[in-house]
Design a protein around this ligand. Sequence first.
Ligand code: SF4
Ligand code: SF4
Length: 258
Amino acid sequence: MPNDLKQYLKKDAETKALNKEDSFNFHCAKECWGTCCMKENVGLLQLSVYDVYRLLKKRQDLAILDLIERKIEDQTNLPKAYMKWKENGWCPNLEEDGSCSVYEERPFACILFPLSAEFKIDDTSNTISVDYMLRKNLCYGFHKEANPVSQKFKDFLNSNNFDNHEKFEKLEIQKRDEWQKQYDLKSLTNEQLHKLGQTLYCLQDKANNKNSYFMDMYAEDLKIPKRAKRIERFTAEELTTLALEEFAPRLLKQFFTS
Ligand code: SF4
Ligand code: SF4
């Protein structure tokens, strides 16, 4: 059972933009492991499409619904995935000793902690930029008892497949923005939203417990050429690209032209 040092968490921590040359003092202390991996301390833990496919590859022992939950975002009316907390409020990847069982595949928000990212769309140049923010004294790792050490922001950024995470976050933001501008998403029915969620997050999942996958089922329905490769061989990068660039756009087009 991890120690719970939640008394050090400051949910209203002041944020400060970081430049690549900046340093900050922090050390994720062993005695605190798990504090930021529990529902009562985190609330909602958002997952990108890329996060989901990385997690699914790693946690083949879990059904998708034990790993993620989908909610419809108020602002966009699009499905969005979140970590599905266990009944005891823990992350499904949190071990008894407070370590993370998917450490190398952990979601972008977990990699970034105690930083956060603010993505911005520039409609004029059609580009997406990102600012990284330090949330000052957010948790125990900043506290003197944790023996914080100086970390260069650019070294922190260079770890853990960072570039891919940033690239796929941007792709997802761009696609969601395009869909919002192109379609009246508020008019989608619950059934349509459910299907859209499946094309975004469940391509690798078995469809209706039959011997076929959602990828095959939707490929046929949406007239997307079938891939010869077995589904297990698709990388998280390939599945994310397919979901965001082919399956979800074609499904939306089908909804709004039929
Ligand atoms: S990131 Fe902070 S809250 Fe999370 S385990 Fe480390 S020190 Fe504790
Ligand atoms: S994925 Fe790992 S780091 Fe992220 S909340 Fe779960 S246990 Fe913690």
